[in-house]
Write a protein that binds this ligand. Structure first.
Ligand code: GDP
Length: 346
């Protein structure tokens, strides 16, 4: 569950021709993968200035880093990774903190735009999420599917979703919800199952680890690549009208499949033996057990199936995913092999 997914606001700057050209972006949640990809994406699009904000335990959003991008190289984007661990630990434990950052935090930003008299110039992107669908009411999930969040995070994001709609309707603010399904990358936090798997497989491949444990192997997700998804964020902000979109691949894979593909990439075939908590994943070639099930990773209110339908996005903003599931798994495993080879404790 992404706790501090990026929300972006871009402010207008009037050109000589009277048209508004956006030159400044504020991105919250830059310690997460989306914030960093979005900053790089905007840089490449010629955005002159990106202000990076990360969510802080003490002061919900605190301006931490301001980078004048100019012609700066991408390396100049500083992402303080150590902070991630701290924020994650705390926010997983504290539902109230989640509500404060992911729910009321959005209201604070919208209020700031309004209070500063910027409703005509700012464009606001809300990092909405497929977690809103939780206990799914329809398959696949699209913009009109009723929400049914199943976690404090989902409930907080539900509030954020509606407060964005409210500001759009009440104050005519260009504010949009991007309902993004799971999107991964080598920058994904290691608490997420995809990165946990890619890291563990990399370690096993390098002989640094023998076995790791997972929870629900049969949970299914619609996994895309974060790079494709930040492009959707940008496209949503370039439209004439503010419209909410589902962003997804439409393809569903299980945790089990992710495990199999990741191992296959390093030349290991995983065969499953046993049932439920006794289930193990064994390497067919060596006979070694590499995967176990540990009930401590089960969730009290599991979201076991998410599949998005982003045909509206394809039709209206021309967005579709480029990276396939297979390519995503390979990229993540390769990146972790590289990382672990140089730094086994990473
Ligand atoms: P989420 O969709 O935002 O909750 O993304 P996650 O990557 O955290 O979880 C995706 C699915 O993987 C969920 O249904 C989890 O229950 C399942 N899962 C199975 N084992 C694990 C595990 O060890 N860690 C995590 N994070 N998820 C796991």
């Amino acid at each position: 569950m992404a706790q501090c997914a990026a929300a972006a606001a871009t402010s207008g700057d009037v050109n000589g021709d009277g048209k508004t050209k956006r030159k400044v972006a504020i991105i919250t949640g830059i310690t997460g993968q989306d914030g960093s990809y979005l900053a790089e994406f905007l840089l490449a699009k010629g955005m002159r200035r990106v202000i990076l904000v990360f969510c802080n335990v003490l002061t919900v959003t605190r301006l931490n880093t301001e980078i004048d991008l100019g012609n700066a190289a991408h390396d100049d984007i500083t992402i303080p990774y150590p902070t991630v661990q701290c924020v994650w630990q705390i926010s997983f434990d504290l539902a109230e903190y989640t509500a404060d950052v992911d729910g009321v935090g959005t209201l604070r930003l919208l209020d700031a735009v309004k209070t500063c008299g910027l409703t005509d110039t700012v464009r606001f992107y809300q990092a909405s999420t497929s977690e809103l669908y939780g206990k799914v009411q329809e398959i696949p999930q699209k913009e009109t599917t009723p929400f049914y969040p199943r976690s404090p995070y989902g409930a907080a994001k539900l509030y954020a979703y509606w407060i964005v709609v409210n500001f759009r309707e009440a104050y005519n603010l260009f504010a949009v919800n991007g309902i993004l399904f799971n999107h991964e990358s080598p920058r994904r936090g290691s608490n997420f199952v995809t990165r946990k798997i890619s890291r563990s497989v990399a370690k096993i491949h390098l002989g640094q680890l023998q076995c790791f444990s997972l929870g629900n192997l049969d949970s299914k997700r619609d996994w895309g690549h974060a790079k494709d998804y930040v492009e959707a964020m940008w496209l949503m902000l370039q439209q004439e009208e503010p419209i909410d979109f589902v962003i997804a691949t439409g393809e569903v894979h299980s945790v089990r499949e992710f495990v199999e593909k990741a191992f296959k990439h390093v030349g290991k075939t995983i065969v499953w033996e046993g049932k439920n908590e006794e289930e193990v994943g064994r390497c067919q070639e060596t006979g070694e057990i590499h995967v176990k099930v540990d009930p401590k990773y089960y969730r009290p209110t599991e979201v076991d199936f998410l599949q998005g339908d982003s045909s509206k996005a394809l039709k209206i903003i021309g967005w579709k995913p480029r990276v396939t599931f297979e390519e995503l798994v390979k990229e993540m495993v390769d990146a972790d092999i590289e990382l672990m080879r140089n730094n086994p404790n990473a």
